[in-house]
Design a protein around this ligand. Structure first.
Ligand SMILES: Nc1nc2c(ncn2[C@@H]2O[C@H](COP(=O)(O)OP(=O)(O)O)[C@@H](O)[C@H]2O)c(=O)[nH]1
Ligand SMILES: [Mg+2]
Ligand SMILES: [Zn+2]
Length: 311
């Protein structure tokens, strides 16, 4: 029988089986993965083959089917090891908010780069619009314009007033969606709206101690209905940018990628080189200022050999 991994604890796996039943399964033997060094052999989203061990009355995972894609991050415990967060993802929705809390554009751009490098399409939600004051409205417009213009659809929502939520229901239908975003932006609230039966706990923002607390939080996949799945990634702040070489970075900025062949030098890093088509586009305001500045900032981070050891 086949099944899909919804949750992992390290030794037990919660599986949604093809017969519609939820089962707990264990891993039979060791799985080797020769491409990358992994700390976890099986991840949320994996499609697996199951067998019933009659003598011990246990369900065992005997095979992992090839992954369409996956997202990884550096293992917090083992150097040079990667931890798979989730696999077989159709799209990522990044939930942000402008006020309480304010998501930084640097965080948004880093998330987009990671998703681009894993070949996962990104959509952006700006939640908590009910909290926005007059002075925030120009920011809302700026974010919408910046990301819509380069192909990342932006949706303004409020769980409080239900503004803009119906379309999110359509977006996730029959897809496996990774939901990401800082703590407090409304991930759990949104999942509860989409699937009221789940009744996930929602945190009060005043719980500041949440920040920086080193709790191990795993991704969890929720089965909403039919082929609709949502992966919640609590406590996951950043994905694997450490895999990216500085020379590759501009290729993950879609609006720059379209221009890099027009640069005079083929090893152009798009800083101050003569004949740089990217810099030119920035000067002509074809590239958003925040995007270009974040490119330079992230480039500097990637070039700093010690950066990833510190972070
Ligand atoms: N005013 C307002 N509060 C919201 C909205 N969405 C979520 N919240 C509140 O924000 C806090 C954090 O929400 P939660 O769903 O736990 O965020 P998570 O950490 O991303 O899962 C809770 O107090 C929610 O009630 C919204 O659209 N408007
Ligand atoms: Mg939550
Ligand atoms: Zn250039």
């Amino acid at each position: 029988m086949k099944g899909k991994v919804l949750q992992t604890t390290g030794s037990w796996y919660k599986i949604l089986c093809d017969d519609g039943q939820l089962r707990e399964a264990r891993l039979k033997g060791k799985f080797k993965n020769d491409k990358i060094k992994l700390t976890n052999p099986i991840a949320v989203g994996d499609n697996v083959e199951l067998q019933n061990e009659k003598d011990v009355n246990e369900t065992m995972i005997t095979e992992i089917y090839p992954r369409k894609n996956y997202i990884i991050r550096q293992s917090p415990r083992k150097k040079f090891h990667q931890h798979i967060i989730a696999s077989n993802i159709d799209q990522a929705i990044l939930i942000t908010s402008i006020y309480q809390p304010r998501t930084s554009l640097g965080f948004i751009d880093r998330f987009i780069i990671a998703a681009e490098s894993f070949h996962i399409p990104v959509k952006i939600i700006i939640n908590k619009t009910d909290l926005l004051k007059k002075q925030h409205l120009s920011i809302l417009e700026e974010w919408k314009n910046t990301y819509n213009a380069i192909g990342y659809p932006v949706y303004a929502t409020s769980i409080e007033t239900k503004e803009g939520l119906q379309i999110i229901n359509d977006l996730i239908k029959d897809k496996t969606t990774l939901l990401a975003g800082h703590s407090g932006v409304g991930k759990s609230s949104l999942i509860n709206y989409l699937a009221p039966d789940l009744a996930l706990p929602v945190k009060e923002i005043s719980e500041k101690h949440e920040k920086g607390k080193h709790t191990t939080t795993y991704a969890t996949m929720y089965h909403l209905r039919d082929q609709t799945f949502i992966i919640d990634t609590p406590g996951i702040k950043e994905f694997g940018l450490s895999q990216i070489e500085p020379e590759e970075l501009s290729g993950y900025f879609v609006e720059m990628k379209a221009l890099i062949n027009d640069c005079k030098f083929n090893n152009c890093m798009h800083r101050d080189e003569p004949g740089c088509a990217v810099k030119q586009a920035f000067v002509e305001e074809q590239i958003a200022e925040s995007r270009y500045i974040n490119y330079l900032q992230i480039l500097e981070n990637l070039e700093d050999v010690n950066y990833w050891e510190r972070s």
